[in-house]
Design a protein around this ligand. Structure first.
Ligand code: S3P
Length: 174
């Protein structure tokens, strides 16, 4: 395990971007948001990429970027919620650094997603949309998140700074 690379994984609305930025500041590391880098490089929102290239096209770009990001050091990386779908991605995550799963129940995730208009604009629906989509996908993904996580932090009812404090505690014990 490379101690200088930390990945935040988890479903949308788990707080990966907000917590990642705060955590990186605490560690005096760089923070990288994988989806933001991808959008900046491609010059299109993820929603547009899904429309033009399909989910498959997006996943190819996501995997290539992950491979590149795994070579960074002293960095907190906030990943996209579906990065764990690829077996190769899961292996890369496990090999490259410490993986922290920010978990949340479907209702919490759905409430946070509704409150976040900017994310709604940029992110496509992945299945049926709504709370049903969250429930459906969480059911499929929870075992994948668990499969690559070194640590799990439940984010429901906790503020970003409380979540950061919990992660720092876990890292101390590593
Ligand atoms: C996705 C989550 C999104 C983004 C893309 C696919 C997913 O990232 O990567 O829309 O499959 O859950 P966030 O988790 O940052 O919303």
């Amino acid at each position: 395990m490379t101690p200088s690379l930390l990945f935040l994984i988890g479903y949308r609305g788990a707080g990966k971007s907000t917590v990642g930025a705060l955590l990186a500041r605490q560690l005096s590391w760089e923070h990288v948001d994988a989806d933001e880098i991808l959008e900046a490089r491609v010059g299109r929102s993820i929603r547009q990429i899904f429309v033009e290239e399909g989910e498959a096209g997006f996943r190819i770009r996501e995997a290539a970027l992950l491979e590149e990001l795994c070579r960074r050091e002293d960095c907190v990386i906030s990943t996209g919620g579906g990065v764990v779908l690829g077996e190769a991605n899961r292996q890369q995550l496990r090999r490259a650094g410490t993986v922290v799963w920010l978990s949340a129940d479907a209702e919490t995730v759905w409430q946070r997603m509704q409150a976040d208009a900017a994310t709604r604009e940029r992110r496509p629906n992945l299945a049926t949309g709504g709370l049903d989509e969250v429930r459906e996908l969480l059911q499929v993904r929870e075992s994948l998140y668990r499969d690559c996580a070194d640590h799990v932090v439940d984010t429901a009812g906790r503020s970003p700074s409380e979540i950061v404090a919990a992660i720092l505690e876990l890292l101390k014990a590593d």
